[in-house]
Design a protein around this ligand. Sequence first.
Ligand SMILES: [Ca+2]
Length: 233
Amino acid sequence: MTPILISVVTCLRVATAILLLASVSSANLLTNGSFEQGNPQWNQWGWQSMFPPDSFTIPGWMVTAGSVDYVGSYWQAAHGQRTVDLNGLNAQGTIQQSFSTVPGVRYLVTFALAGNPDPIVWGDMSPPRLTTVRSWVSDGATVFAFADFDYVINTVTRSAMGWIYQSWTFTALSNTTTLGFTSLDSYAHPVLGISFGPALDDVSVVAIPEPAPLILAGFGLVAVGFLRCRGSG
Ligand SMILES: [Ca+2]
């Protein structure tokens, strides 16, 4: 390549890097999104059933309905060592967290989803088993948006949970938003009841940059970079 061509290519690369950096959303707005910080009292199998109102066991999160299991070494995590089973002790559970938002701004919710495979692991049923979680947001008064996610449990081992990542978006209505996850799994084990739910891990919420100004800013940066390169070359 000629020096001018090399210079232009370099400048384009720099401009592209700037664009990529500009498009990366801000940091996770949630505290303890992967459930790694906690005050667990594991049972002999490596998990603990939680009941409302429990905001102590998993800092940042509160169990507000039903029952939720805090899962440690019992099964494979999507991230770190700890996860949540949204059906705890014979109940569909809810776990939630509140965080600061800006009204009118759109946010991306991302989380890892799997399902409690125990009825399959124990041979009490054959795969597949369907489990469902509802992810919802509230402005403190009402749930103003939600999304339901199905997960098909085919795994027959707790060491390979088959985690997948899911996401959805909402636009904030208030300065504080509560994000919640509620089990819709009603599978009833003949002995242990509805104690087998969707498994949750690695939850994040990030603000989504406004697209139009971002693109304009990006083109501006490219143009400036190009002119500077040409000027200095
Ligand atoms: Ca985790």
